[in-house]
Design a protein. Structure first.
Length: 364
């Protein structure tokens, strides 16, 4: 039996071959990840266009819904006015009828004949005064009656116009709902392609890193804007534990947990219903309002003293950069932009650029 012992040159050649194989595998993996990220980038660009169209339609639909509500309130008010004017008109008719009957009951003589039959000056003067009073009262009643008729006619006309406008608004609403449904279907198809394009964990981590980098760059630009404008807001330091919850729904306390690899959650997620109001947690000014890769439609508010709040994954943004907002004011509509599979709000609070746990700041 012979024992084969590899020589040093043979071992070195084997090690070199193994190293080359490993390097080739690493290079192939890098190319695979780069291909996935490149495909994902194209799909994200397509997703951005679709979600901006969704936002436009959703915002229009929200405005139409508000107009319908206001129109219905106006109709209730007009119907009430109509009833009041009709009631007042009936009362005027009754009073006018009484005056006519009263005038008739004074006698069957005309005014000239009654004057000629007067026997003395005192009676004549009383008769003149009495008829002047009757004529004046009757004229006032007739004028009031005519005014009510005009007001009632105007209210009836406004009511017809309002009903016609409501019919038009409801037609627009149906059209917008149909368009939104089609856009959301298109979005779903793109999102599935996006999910299948990112297969490996390495690519997912790289994707999250790209998203985080984009967010940080957007926040830095926003921070620079604050410094340039010298905005004076009081901050949130004295409001810890008393800030408004930005949306209704189920809050998942994910801050600080590992998300993928060594990447941690910087905020929390609130699962809710599409189209629900997203509100400002406190008074502030809009610093950023746009679509951001990985976060969808995002609004960032400055609250002063280095405090910012971030609201992502929205269906539509209701405020523009530079707008001042009050605590509890609607700033967006809850959605699932940014490639989300279900409606939610991604929410962060940052102080001087550093994320802080929102749970300890909100009034839960």
């Amino acid at each position: 039996m012979f024992l084969f012992v590899a020589t040093t040159p043979q071992l070195l050649a084997q090690d070199k071959s193994d190293l080359e194989l490993i390097q080739k595998q690493i290079e192939d993996k890098k190319k695979q990840i780069a291909k996935q990220l490149n495909e994902a980038k194209k799909l994200h660009e397509n997703l951005k266009k679709i979600e901006l169209n969704v936002a436009k339609t959703a915002k229009s639909l929200n405005h139409t819904d508000s107009q319908i509500v206001n129109n219905q309130k106006q109709q209730i008010k007009l119907l009430k006015q109509q009833q009041e004017y009709q009631k007042a008109l009936n009362q005027q008719k009754s009073q006018l009828a009484k005056q006519i009957r009263s005038a008739y009951m004074t006698g069957n003589y005309d005014f000239a004949k009654m004057l000629l039959n007067q026997k003395d000056a005192a009676n004549f003067e009383r008769t003149i005064t009495y008829y002047q009073y009757l004529n004046k009262a009757r004229k006032e009643q007739i004028d009031s009656f005519n005014h009510l008729v005009k007001e009632l006619t105007l209210v009836n006309s406004q009511l017809i116009d309002s009903q016609s406008e409501l019919k038009k608004l409801k037609s627009e609403q149906i059209s917008q709902q149909s368009m939104l449904k089609s856009q959301l279907s298109n979005r779903q198809s793109t999102m599935l392609k996006l999910q299948s394009s990112i297969e490996s964990d390495e690519a997912k981590i790289a994707q999250l890193q790209i998203n985080e980098k984009n967010l940080m760059e957007a926040l830095v630009r926003a921070q620079q804007k604050i410094e340039q404008e010298n905005v004076s807001l009081v901050g949130l330091s004295n409001l810890r534990g008393n800030l408004l919850v930005p949306a209704k729904g189920n809050l998942r306390k994910m801050f600080g947990r590992f998300r993928q690899g060594q990447i941690k959650w910087k905020g929390v997620v609130i699962y809710g219903d599409s189209g629900d109001d997203v509100v400002a947690i406190h008074d502030g000014k809009v610093l950023y309002a746009d679509w951001l890769r990985g976060f969808g439609l995002v609004t960032v508010l400055d609250h002063g003293d280095g405090f910012m709040s971030l609201y992502g994954h929205n269906q539509a943004l209701l405020k523009q950069v530079g707008d001042s907002v009050s605590a509890g004011e609607s700033i967006a509509l809850l959605g699932q932009s940014g490639g989300q599979s279900r409606p939610n709000l991604y929410f962060e609070i940052r102080h001087k650029g550093k994320p802080v746990n929102p749970v300890s700041w909100l009034k839960l």
